[in-house]
Design a protein around this ligand. Structure first.
Ligand SMILES: [Zn+2]
Length: 698
């Protein structure tokens, strides 16, 4: 590998450490027959084909490149650049790096990057401090999200303190050097429950000042409930899928990671959380924050389960959180989460348009750049309102005519009038995966064809296909032909079957990788591009080995309810190890007044809040704060018993039985067949550890 450093950094950002041998060193020598284009990170890498170049050229011809308003808006109000393009994490590694994306500024385009993706990535290279209007400033390009500063009577109000303390601290420093005048931060507003909007709070304010009442923290309704819950139950799977959506292993290059649409990438620093001191409970609340009147509009179940917009009447400034950014957002997110409600989302945008959008003179948000002038504000609000409504209504229109989840992405088309507006392009959501998401939300996975009702697993059906197609050589020959004709979607159909049937067939994997690589280059949407290119990486070189992932920080554990933790234990336990077990545990946490009955029966672990069993096998009494040490893996259950923090009454042996059912989830489980290079086996969680990992940015 020519340059292992980006990979090392990216692995660090995923909580992994690079093994001594680079995974790319596993590439067999024979694969070097066709040489990679210059600058490609992979010796097996291919240049874009003439078919891919045609696809990109056709897209370019249909897109409104004559509309350059985004570039004017993106640079308007520029005050100062980011001086050091790398921000170090307190732990020593690089938490943020804009240096590796400089290639995007060196040329107007690359033939391996979709021109529209290239465009948004160049726009997102706007690292520095900007004035929105006098009294409102933004630091952009220091993380996936923007951090905003609003002038209060006695200090500053921060909106959305980024993902990591280190990047947030660097942003505050730049801000204070130029316009902050050293005035204190008096309040922090979390716009919503995704990690890139609160995780850096400890780089902005001191918790002691929050406790002492010097700093107010304001959040939307149900914020704490949702900060972590979205990522716990399927957390390991979501983290693994982030390798695809965010291209975690891909070096930044024209052939690899070329931006993430919402921003360039996610900072890899220390994420924390300080609980809000004031929660906006009503649908709309109007109060002063450090002397500035703010109108908060809760918008639950939109881009996040807990989110709010904010209007500042004196400045005619409308903060649209992540409900309205410069892109079509995710209705379905590729890392995996519950499908969002696009109709509800559209209605909340419409409500903001009618409540505040009639007079707002500037609109700003948690990603991208502001929009100035009421006409422009309305234009963007109306377009966004219509985009989510159209996607919801017209996908259902088609579904009601029998179009299924397996066809909708090929049938549903965004209306041309919406396609021609840059701020509605699919830089985070794509029309393809979002339209499938809408069908999933309303009808679920089944297309109602009984053949897909209880299908064989791909690995079980593939051998018959391979046999019927005449074996591997014939499939490879035909696959190569389809590849050479630019029929990549057809080629992937048959090669994918072969790879499932013969996971060790490297020639098959390499050819499928070549097909995916072209499909990756053709995508406008970074999540789709990264997913294809991530699979390419793993098919060619295998999943790299690495050290243990980071456990959750104490803030995230504190944000996890005991019920969520107990539910998660029910997911971590392996039923097959629990057959025949039967016991009942009462759990009491006196410091917060909670109690639970936990039962193991029928190889299933259940819990019920607010109840105790009259005849438990064991009663456990422990303060919630001491339980958190166990949940976070800082202390073992045994240590808490020995110290007296955990009091047991009854048969303690049931705890050993319960522990024996707990399984560690492999953070690098195999996605593409035959890509597991070797068992990394490094990670062992404590029997009762929660392991929710980081909160996931969106
Ligand atoms: Zn975000």
């Amino acid at each position: 590998m020519k340059n292992p450093r980006p990979l090392r950094r990216l692995l660090a950002s995923a909580g992994l450490a690079l093994a001594a041998t680079s995974p790319l060193a596993f590439a067999p020598a024979g694969a070097l027959a066709q040489s990679a284009p210059p600058g490609h990170h992979d010796p097996k890498g291919k240049a874009p084909s003439k078919f891919t170049l045609d696809v990109l050229e056709r897209s370019r011809a249909t897109l409104p490149f004559g509309d350059t308003r985004d570039f004017d808006e993106q640079k308007k109000g520029f005050i100062a650049p980011m001086k050091d393009l790398k921000i170090r994490a307190d732990a020593g590694h690089v938490a943020w790096d804009m240096e590796r994306y400089q290639f995007l500024l060196q040329k107007d385009g690359y033939d391996s990057i979709h021109p529209s993706l290239m465009r948004i990535s160049r726009l997102n290279m706007n690292y520095g401090l900007y004035e929105v209007v006098p009294g409102i400033y933004q630091v952009r390009g220091f993380d996936l999200a923007d951090i905003s500063f609003v002038r209060g009577k006695t200090g500053w109000i921060v909106i959305d303190p980024l993902t990591a303390a280190e990047t947030a601290r660097a942003a505050v420093k730049l801000f204070q050097e130029h316009v902050g005048k050293g005035l204190p931060i008096k309040a922090v507003i979390y716009s919503h429950s995704h990690g890139d909007h609160f995780g850096g709070v400890r780089g902005v304010v001191d918790e002691a000042d929050v406790r002492a009442g010097k700093v107010q923290i304001i959040a939307p309704r149900d914020f704490m409930q949702h900060t972590i819950s979205e990522n716990v139950y399927a957390g390991n799977a979501m983290n693994r899928r982030l390798f695809y959506q965010y291209g975690v292993l891909l070096p930044a290059s024209p052939y690899g990671h070329a931006g993430q649409g919402l921003g360039m990438n996610i900072a890899a620093g220390a994420s924390g959380l300080i609980a809000p001191t004031r929660v906006v409970e009503k649908d709309i609340e109007d109060f002063e924050v450090d002397g500035v009147r703010m109108v908060f509009q809760n918008t639950p179940n939109t881009e996040a389960p807990s989110q709010m917009n904010t209007y500042i009447p004196a400045m005619k400034a409308l903060w649209m959180a992540e409900n309205v950014t410069g892109t079509l957002h995710n209705i379905y997110t590729l890392r995996g989460a519950q499908v969002r409600d696009p109709l509800n989302w559209s209605k909340y945008i419409a409500r903001a348009l009618y409540l505040y959008g009639q007079e707002a003179e500037v609109m700003f948000a948690s990603h991208h750049w502001p929009r100035w002038g009421n006409a422009r504000v309305q234009e963007v609000l109306r377009g966004q309102r219509d985009l989510y409504a159209n996607m919801n209504n017209q996908v259902l229109h088609l579904a009601n005519q029998g179009v299924t989840i397996n066809e909708i992405h090929n049938v549903y088309k965004v209306p041309p009038s919406l396609q021609q507006q840059w701020f509605l392009r699919g830089y985070h959501g794509s029309p393809e995966h979002n339209s499938r998401g809408v069908v999933q939300r309303f009808l679920g996975f089944w297309d109602a064809n009984p053949a897909t009702l209880i299908p064989l697993s791909p690995a079980d059906s593939a051998p018959l296909y391979v046999e019927m197609m005449g074996g591997a050589d014939r499939i490879i020959a035909r696959g190569k032909q389809l590849h050479d004709e630019g029929k990549y979607l057809l080629a992937q159909e048959i090669l994918n079957k072969l790879v499932y049937a013969e996971p060790k067939n490297q020639a098959a994997k390499d050819l499928l990788a070549d097909v995916f690589e072209q499909l990756g280059y053709q995508q406008e949407n970074p999540g789709l591009r990264n997913s294809f290119l991530a699979a390419v990486y793993e098919l060619r070189s295998g999943i790299p080995a690495g050290a243990s992932p980071n456990s959750s920080g104490p803030d995230m554990i504190r944000a996890m309810s005991t019920e969520l933790f107990l539910n998660f234990l029910g997911i971590r336990m392996d039923s097959r190890k629990a057959e025949g077990m039967r016991f009942t545990i009462n759990l009491i946490t006196p410091d917060n007044g909670e109690k639970f009955v936990i039962e193991m029966e029928n190889a299933t672990l259940t819990n019920l809040s607010g109840f105790l069993s009259p005849k438990p096998d064991l009663t456990m009494t422990i303060k919630r704060t001491d339980l958190e040490q166990i949940m976070g893996g800082q202390k073992t259950l045994e240590a808490q018993i020995a110290s007296g923090a955990l009091k047991l009454e009854g048969d303690a042996s049931v705890l050993a039985k319960l522990a024996s059912t707990m399984v560690d989830f492999d953070p690098r489980f195999q996605i593409m067949p035959g890509t597991k290079v070797r068992d990394t086996g490094a990670y062992k969680a404590l029997p009762y550890e929660a392991v929710p990992r980081q909160t996931i940015a969106e």
